[in-house]
Structure formats: C-alpha cells, structure tokens
Design a protein around this ligand. Structure first.
Ligand SMILES: Nc1ncnc2c1ncn2[C@@H]1O[C@H](COP(=O)(O)OP(=O)(O)OP(=O)(O)O)[C@@H](O)[C@H]1O
Ligand SMILES: [Mg+2]
Length: 212
C-alpha cells in the first residue's frame, strides 16, 4: 500500500509540530523515520495510522482517503507496546481470530511466528509478565502475523539485544520483500536507518526551530 502525504501540518494547540509535509511511502519499501526527541515522529505515525484525525492536509492510501476498512489492513506497534492479559501464544493469534481465519491457519501462522522469534519457551507465559524486550518481540509478531499492507513501527527495537535485533531486522526485511508490503519505522539507530531502510525521512520539529 502506498501512503502519500500532501501538505500535512500538525499542531498541538499553538505548538507547530510539522508543516506542509509532502512524502510518498512506497509499497515494497522500508522507510526510516528519524529525528530528535520531540521532533514529531510518533505524532506522524499516529496520523498515518488514522489514530489522530486532528491535522490539516491530506493522507492517501493507494490514492484513497482513509476509510474504515483500511484500519483492518494496517497495524501500528507503539513505542511502549501494550499486550493483552493473555498468553504470548494468544496475543499473537489474536489478530487472526479477529479476522475469523480458519483454525488450522491460525495455528500454523502463530507457531511460525513464535519459532521465527525464538519465543517457544515463552508461549504459555502471560504477556503482561514479559520483559520489555520480550514484549517488543511479541508485539512485532502480532503485527506481522495477519500480513497487513501497512506496518507502522515506533522504535520497535530499542532496548533489544544485538542477536535479537538482527533476526527482527531480517523478519521485517523478508516481510517487505516477500509480500511487497509497506513499512514505516521510527529509529534512533543510525546503522539501522542506513542498512535496513531503503530510504529515510528526517523530521526536524517545526516548534524546535528546524526546517522540514
Ligand atoms: N497529546 C499531546 N499534546 C500536546 N503535545 C504533545 C502531545 N503528544 C506529543 N506532544 C508534543 O509534540 C512533540 C512531538 O512529540 P512526538 O511524541 O511525536 O515526538 P517523537 O519525535 O516521537 O519523540 P521521541 O523520539 O522522544 O519519541 C513533543 O514536543 C511532545 O511534547
Ligand atoms: Mg516517539
């Protein structure tokens, strides 16, 4: 799914976060969203996710404005992931259950995700009792398991150990390449922005005196 921003501006009260943003996020590409703390990265992701409708300008999804069915085709992983008070397995299976997928498919896809992220030993554990990094892995698995067109990731790998970072990166890359989906990912990791992302977009924070 291609996402196109046209003259998008956002304020919180008097505070201008960004002004007249024009960007196209292409299908089959990973775009990194970078910028200082407070620059407006999470804010922009929430706008694209349709979670904050209080802005001016236009956001088009494959040329169309936001409509209800589109929410089913996109997903966002938050800076602090929130998981259901259920097991790891049930959290990952949940998006498939919501979409009434057949039981065999739910089982197969959930187990595949668990194996790819090395979460086998945790699958029965309650998700709200996981460590921060474990929660982030479960959140990523839950985001990708239903194969959404648009994946919005807000610092999905902050605080993740080096080995886990490399297989999470591989997972995201495989996902985009195999299925030709769109990923927009916030990162503070310069190496990751350069190596994993096909392109980066810098936000400077209009209120901080930066230029877009
Ligand atoms: N609901 C809100 N009401 C008022 N101001 C807000 C609100 N949410 C965020 N802000 C402000 O908007 C600015 C951008 O916030 P945002 O969370 O988008 O930054 P960010 O680029 O994601 O930063 P970080 O790297 O620290 O996560 C910040 O100065 C923040 O204080
Ligand atoms: Mg943020």
């Amino acid at each position: 799914m291609e996402v196109k921003l046209e003259q998008v501006s956002k304020r919180y009260g008097q505070k201008l976060i960004f002004e007249n943003l024009n960007e196209t996020f292409e299908s089959g590409k990973i775009t990194g969203l970078v910028g200082d703390n407070g620059a407006g990265k999470s804010t922009l992701l929430r706008l694209i996710a349709g979670l904050d409708l209080d802005y001016t300008g236009h956001i088009y999804y494959d040329g169309q404005p936001l409509r209800k069915p589109l929410y089913q085709q996109m997903t966002m992983v938050f800076q602090t992931p929130y998981l259901l008070k259920r097991s790891v397995y049930d959290n990952i299976a949940y998006p498939l259950e919501l979409r009434h997928r057949p039981a065999a498919e739910i089982k197969q896809k959930t187990e595949t995700m668990i194996a790819r992220l090395g979460l086998e030993k945790l699958e029965k554990q309650y998700a709200h009792k996981l460590s921060g990094g474990e929660s982030q892995k479960v959140a990523l698995a839950r985001a990708l398991v239903f194969e959404p067109e648009l994946v919005l990731l807000d610092e999905p790998m902050s605080g993740i150990d080096a080995a886990s970072v490399s297989f999470m990166e591989q997972m995201i890359q495989d996902y985009v390449r195999e299925y030709h989906k769109t990923v927009i990912m916030i990162t503070h990791n310069t190496r990751q922005a350069q190596e994993l992302c096909d392109r980066t977009v810098h936000l400077n924070g209009a209120w901080m005196g930066g230029n877009q």
